[in-house]
Design a protein around this ligand. Structure first.
Ligand code: 5GP
Ligand code: MG
Length: 180
């Protein structure tokens, strides 16, 4: 297992190993394979955080999909700013489509709540969220049905796509903010 790391001014300790992350993602993909069998869902990947999750998840899919990338920002440093900005929206029509949203982590749920309200106006056939991580103790906003690979405690994490002020997205494992 990897060691404690430092990013900017903070220390992080190992939390989830790459091999376990992949096993969790494979379970999500199996759910998608059975649930959407015979359909062609539109997978919407929420950048930047979900870029690695998305790339690995599609390797386990056995159904045809279309994929779109959106960029939504709501965080600065290690806490939510409370504001949600859709920096880049969906460039494929979503009307009557089965939408699968891929998110790195559901924290308060604010980002996806806001984004789903925007999508619902376009009348998709269905919306379902697949998130790698969720902090169940702090979710405050209502969301469409959500399937997660790992429920985690309310502590800031980095790695495997998740950053701390720009650093850490490249790490293969996920790390937790160390006790200071
Ligand atoms: P929410 O809108 O659910 O409060 O926050 C969702 C977004 O905030 C996530 O997509 C992610 O970009 C960021 N976020 C929430 N918790 C964490 C965390 O523990 N670590 C990192 N790096 N980003 C987080
Ligand atoms: Mg995100």
């Amino acid at each position: 297992m990897s060691q404690t790391i430092r990013l900017h001014d903070k220390h992080f300790t190992p939390y989830l190993e790459h091999v376990d992350i992949l096993a969790g993602i494979e379970r999500l993909a199996e759910d998608i394979n059975s649930r959407y069998s015979g359909r062609v869902p539109l997978v919407i990947s929420v950048l930047n955080g979900a870029f690695r999750f998305t790339a690995d998840l599609v390797t386990f899919l056995e159904i045809p999909i279309e994929i779109a990338f959106v960029q939504i920002a709501s965080y600065a440093g290690t806490s939510s700013t409370g504001e949600v900005n859709i920096i880049r929206g969906v460039d494929i029509p979503v009307r009557d489509r089965d939408l699968i949203l891929l998110e790195d982590i559901v924290d308060s749920g604010r980002t996806l709540h806001h984004f789903c309200s925007y999508l619902e106006k376009e009348q998709p056939r269905s919306i379902r969220i697949y998130s790698l991580l969720r902090k169940p103790d702090v979710v405050q906003f209502t969301l469409p049905e959500t399937t997660v690979a790992f429920d985690i405690p309310d502590r800031f994490v980095v790695g495997y796509g998740l950053d701390y002020d720009g650093l850490g997205r490249d790490l293969n494992d996920i790390y937790q903010l160390a006790n200071s």
